[in-house]
Design a protein around this ligand. Structure first.
Ligand code: SF4
Length: 385
C-alpha cells in the first residue's frame, strides 16, 4: 500500500527535482563556518557519502556568500554533484543575489528578508501600510528573482513560526494562518514577475503548528513542500518529534523533501530521514524487520537473536524479514513478511518463506547461517560490502 501524494509542481534544484511526484528528497545542513572552505567541503562530502541529496550552507553576510563559489568548485572537483543551497536571513537581498550565482537554491526567510525590528505593536496595519510593506518586499525581492532566473536557481521561501514579521503577527496572530500568508505573499510577488521555481517550508518547533501550517498551505497552493520540525533538539525525543511532524504529513500525502533538524552532527540526520521514509513504505533503503515484542511463550532470547539476524541481513534492501518468538502465534503475526525466523520448542527454530515452512527443527546456533543459506538459494542474498 502506498500513500496518494498531493500533486505538486516539479522544481529542479541542480541535478535533483523536488515535487511533481518525484522521490521524496533527503536533505541536511552543514554546521562548519562557511568561511572555513575546506572544512565545509569535507562536511558536504561526508553528508553526501551517507546519502544526503541536498546540502544547505549558511550565508549570514556577503563574506560567507563569496565563499560559496570556491566551496561549490571544490565539491564538484571531488566528483559530488550534490545540489547546494544557501541560507539567507536578515536584509538578505544583496546576499541572495550574490549566492544565486553559485548555488542551486537560495533559501530566504520572509520574516527576516526585509527586516523590521519588532516594537510590540498592537494597532492593526492600515491597507496603506500593508501596501507600503509589500512594495518594500517587492523592491528587495525582484533582484533576487532576476538572479535566480539568470542562473537557473530555485528559491525556498522558508517560513519559521518563531521569526514571523511583526506585520504578520499583528494581522494574523502567532498562527499557522500567519505562516501561510507569509509564504503566499512572497509567492504572489514571484508569480507577478513570472518566477515559479519555488519550494516552500513552514517550520515550527511545535508539531501541531507545523502540521496545521503545512496542511493549510497544501490546500491553497501546489508548490512543493520542504518538511521539518525546527529546533527539535537532540536524542530520542528529537527523533520522535521530527517523525511525528514529518511522518504525519507524509502519510497524508503532503511533502516533497524532508530535513530532520538535530542538535547533533548533521550526519546523524540522514538515517532518521531514511527511517521515516522506510517506515512509511515510501523509500526502501534497507531490510524491513518485523519482530514480536516477546512474551512468556518466547523460545529464545529475542533481543539477542534479533540483533544477530539484523546484523547479518540488514544490508539487503527490499526484503521483509520477521523474527518471532514462538510458532504458536509467530507465523500468523508476521503477516506477509518475505522470510520468517520463528522459535520452536527444545531450543530449535523454523524458517519460513512467506507463510510456508521451509525448514523445521534447526538448532538455534545454526539459525542465522541457515537463513543466509535460504536467502542464497532463493537468489535474495547479496554479500555485504
Ligand atoms: S509471537 Fe509468540 S512469543 Fe512473540 S509475542 Fe506473540 S505469542 Fe509471544
Amino acid at each position: 500500500m502506498t500513500f496518494t501524494r498531493r500533486a505538486t509542481v516539479a522544481v529542479p534544484v541542480g541535478k535533483v527535482t523536488i515535487g511533481g511526484g518525484r522521490t521524496i528528497v533527503v536533505q541536511s545542513m552543514i554546521t562548519e563556518e562557511t568561511r572555513n572552505v575546506d572544512a565545509c567541503v569535507r562536511q558536504i562530502l561526508a553528508l553526501h557519502d551517507v546519502g544526503c541529496e541536498i546540502v544547505r550552507i549558511t550565508t549570514p553576510t556577503m563574506a560567507e556568500a563569496r565563499c560559496l563559489e570556491e566551496i561549490r568548485a571544490k565539491v564538484r572537483e571531488a566528483g559530488a554533484e550534490v545540489p547546494l543551497v544557501a541560507d539567507v536571513h536578515h536584509q538578505g537581498s544583496p546576499i541572495a543575489v550574490e549566492v544565486a550565482k553559485h548555488v542551486d537554491k537560495v533559501r530566504i526567510n520572509p520574516g527576516l528578508f526585509v527586516f523590521r525590528k519588532r516594537v510590540q505593536r498592537t494597532v492593526e496595519y492600515s491597507p496603506q501600510e500593508h501596501a507600503e510593506e509589500l512594495a518594500a518586499i517587492e523592491q528587495e525581492l525582484v533582484p533576487v528573482i532576476d538572479a535566480c532566473k539568470e542562473n537557473d536557481t530555485a528559491m525556498r521561501i522558508g517560513v519559521n513560526h518563531g521569526s514571523l514579521a511583526e506585520r504578520m503577527l499583528v494581522t494574523h496572530g502567532d498562527t499557522p494562518e500567519g505562516m501561510v500568508e507569509s509564504a503566499l505573499e512572497y509567492i504572489r510577488i514571484c508569480e507577478k514577475h513570472d518566477f515559479r521555481r519555488i519550494i516552500v517550508s513552514l517550520k515550527a518547533s511545535r508539531v501541531p503548528i507545523m502540521l496545521a501550517a503545512n496542511r493549510l498551505f497544501s490546500s491553497k497552493s501546489d508548490y512543493p513542500l520542504h518538511l521539518g520540525v525546527t529546533e527539535a533538539g537532540d536524542g530520542d525525543y528529537a527523533r520522535v518529534k521530527s517523525t511525528a511532524g514529518i511522518g504525519t504529513l507524509l502519510a497524508e500525502g503532503i511533502g516533497d523533501t524532508i530535513r530532520v533538524s538535530l542538535a547533533e552532527d548533521p550526519i546523524n540526520e540522514i538515517p532518521v530521514c531514511y527511517d521515516i521514509l522506510q517506515a512509511l513504505g515510501i523509500r526502501r533503503s534497507k531490510t524491513e524487520f518485523i519482530a514480536c515484542p516477546s512474551c512468556g511463550r518466547t523460545k529464545f532470547d529475542l533481543p539477542t537473536v534479533f540483533a544477530k539476524v539484523k546484523s547479518a541481513t540488514g544490508h539487503l534492501s527490499g526484503l521483509d524479514i520477521a523474527v518471532m518468538g514462538c510458532i504458536v502465534n509467530g507465523p500468523g503475526e508476521m503477516a506477509d513478511a518475505d522470510y520468517g525466523y520463528v522459535g520452536q520448542a527444545g531450543g530449535k527454530i523454523a524458517l519460513y518463506r512467506k507463510h510456508e515452512v521451509v525448514k523445521n527443527n534447526i538448532p538455534q546456533e545454526n539459525g542465522v547461517q541457515e537463513l543466509i543459506a535460504l536467502l542464497k538459494a532463493d537468489g535474495a542474498w547479496i554479500e555485504p560490502s
